[in-house]
Design a protein around this ligand. Sequence first.
Ligand SMILES: Nc1nc2c(c(=O)[nH]1)N[C@H]1C(S)=C(S)[C@@H](COP(=O)(O)OP(=O)(O)OC[C@H]3O[C@@H](n4cnc5c(=O)[nH]c(N)nc54)[C@H](O)[C@@H]3O)O[C@H]1N2
Ligand SMILES: Nc1nc2c(c(=O)[nH]1)N[C@H]1C(S)=C(S)[C@@H](COP(=O)(O)OP(=O)(O)OC[C@H]3O[C@@H](n4cnc5c(=O)[nH]c(N)nc54)[C@H](O)[C@@H]3O)O[C@H]1N2
Ligand code: SF4
Ligand SMILES: [Mo]
Length: 573
Amino acid sequence: MKLLMSSGRTPNQGAKLYYKDTKDYSRETSYCFLNPMDLMEIGVEEGEHVLIESTAGKTIFFVRESPETPAGVVFLPCGPYANFILHEFTHATGAPDFKGMPVTVSATDLPLLSAWDLMEELGGLRYEIPAGTRIPDVEKGEKVVRNHACPLCGCLCDDIELHIRDGVVTDVVNGCLLSSGKFQSPGRMAKPIRREGDAWKEISFDDAIRSAAEMFATAKRPLLYGWSGTSTEAMHIGLEIAEVIGAAMDNCSSECHGPTIMAVQEVGHPGCTLGQVKNRADVIVYWACNPIAAHPRHMSRYSTFSTGAFRPEGRADRMVIVVDIRESETAKLADIFIQVKLGGDYALFNALRAIVRGKRDVIPNVVAGVERSVLFNLADILLNAKFCSFFTGIGLTQSRGKYKNVRAGIELVDELNRYTKCTLTPLRGHWNVDGTNQIFSLTAGYPYAVDYSRGIVHYNPGETSGVDILARWEADAVLILGTDLGAHFPRETVTHLTKINTVVLDPFISLSTAVAKLHIPVAAVGIDAEGTAYRLDGVPIHVRKAFTSGMPSDEVILSRILEEIRRIKQRQK
Ligand SMILES: Nc1nc2c(c(=O)[nH]1)N[C@H]1C(S)=C(S)[C@@H](COP(=O)(O)OP(=O)(O)OC[C@H]3O[C@@H](n4cnc5c(=O)[nH]c(N)nc54)[C@H](O)[C@@H]3O)O[C@H]1N2
Ligand SMILES: Nc1nc2c(c(=O)[nH]1)N[C@H]1C(S)=C(S)[C@@H](COP(=O)(O)OP(=O)(O)OC[C@H]3O[C@@H](n4cnc5c(=O)[nH]c(N)nc54)[C@H](O)[C@@H]3O)O[C@H]1N2
Ligand code: SF4
Ligand SMILES: [Mo]
């Protein structure tokens, strides 16, 4: 049966992000959610397997019956299985079609593969952390750390309380499922490893740094990718390396809210801080985002359920609207849920703009699956709001239309500001992805996808963005830092990573470990390293370390790689 694939966050996929080497992660990311009508047509039931094929590849998924998913769409959790069948085209935006790619789904008896199996099918090699591994020289004793920032999603909640014994987090108070998952992950690596043929060999930090520096100093087309999962201080050093070796340097925005930034570059950003939303918003619209799964404390800490100076009753003082293609966990909590057709947002925003402009007569009976009367009602609610806040997600940036969807959304907000106060805030993903845009802009002049190969910075998403450079098989050395491309990039690009000099800098084992030549473990920001991060509304917050350890930070390793590269370049002169 032909369906449209849409992938996105689930609460359990998020809780297992720091357990990618486990069966639990493989299970949570190999589900496929199908409408009961489609199940009947395919001839499968909950718990059975299906084969999903696309022009990029095929693999096996575990069937979950889901009345919330519309007929004609198969919803897949974000992860290596969805990306195993994802093509690498970004339509000149940098963001692949994570939401809205045609696939064929059929019944199968074939067994499920593990995430490691998938990586090995592409040329990678699994790695097992030796039993009993502990990061060295951790601070001894028991302590409680309060008002700590959570380095996971863009909410960057800074009210976490950690209970720690001998460098092990024994309790996470105030944190959500995702937060506890990260602070309590046992997946830390302690020693650098290098791939030698079909085996991994432990090497010293000195050897690893020399080896990485050699790879990048001699590369013809180096790419430094990720950065959303580290401190802004580390990004600065990364940008210096990029300048010295003439690398392309890109951050997770390009595959995520990069299209939002492209829209902002065209029409501006009517934003505000989360404090404004908490204190003032009486109408909140979650458009193409699902905070219950992806920003689990957003609604309670900053928006829907929080009380504020002018919203003393919290939830009772606010009208909540969700626009999504499926009845997401967030949609179930809304006052009004509007179900739009996949890729239909551009039409919907523009219909609303016309209504706000008083052109009700030009609106057809149904727009992108939504009845005209529903749109009239929605427009009235927005126009009568005292302070309306839109939160937008990657259902806009990764579906057909990409940045044009966001542009239409911003233009609607602009239109509404003629009548009332209205703001739009993208629900940025990683805890420091906003920081990447700040630091890249400050240092290189552009927020992401900056390319130093011509000696001056060149910025052209769709050309100088990570997915596109890898899709063209252009890069010969790639640094993966603060991201996991093995799990999260399209199949073809991951295949390319296995053929070249791929270096991973990551405190934790990840699926990128499998596709790398070299993995250098580091201290984790917010755990045993510190640094600056920017919350999703652009507010900078200092992320402290929870305890000290003997692991070197990203800053230390990057500075040493830079030093070594300079030495090699000097010798080459
Ligand atoms: N649990 C968990 N949380 C995470 C992450 C994670 O991996 N796991 N990753 C973090 C990152 S990097 C990011 S960017 C954020 C992302 O956070 P979100 O933006 O919430 O991400 P998604 O769940 O991918 O997509 C949001 C919604 O878009 C809907 N959607 C899909 N297509 C369309 C469409 O055409 N129109 C409309 N209106 N809706 C559509 C989906 O059904 C989904 O409910 O999450 C962050 N938090
Ligand atoms: N199918 C599908 N695929 C998707 C998406 C989708 O919706 N569907 N969404 C896309 C989006 S929006 C994004 S942003 C990406 C998200 O994907 P990624 O950026 O790959 O997200 P994570 O897997 O959380 O990877 C973060 C990495 O940073 C590491 N890390 C944590 N702390 C530190 C630190 O202090 N230093 C260093 N060096 N590393 C650290 C973690 O161990 C982890 O490996 O996935 C993309 N892929
Ligand atoms: S909502 Fe985000 S920042 Fe806050 S505790 Fe959960 S994962 Fe951490
Ligand atoms: Mo993201």
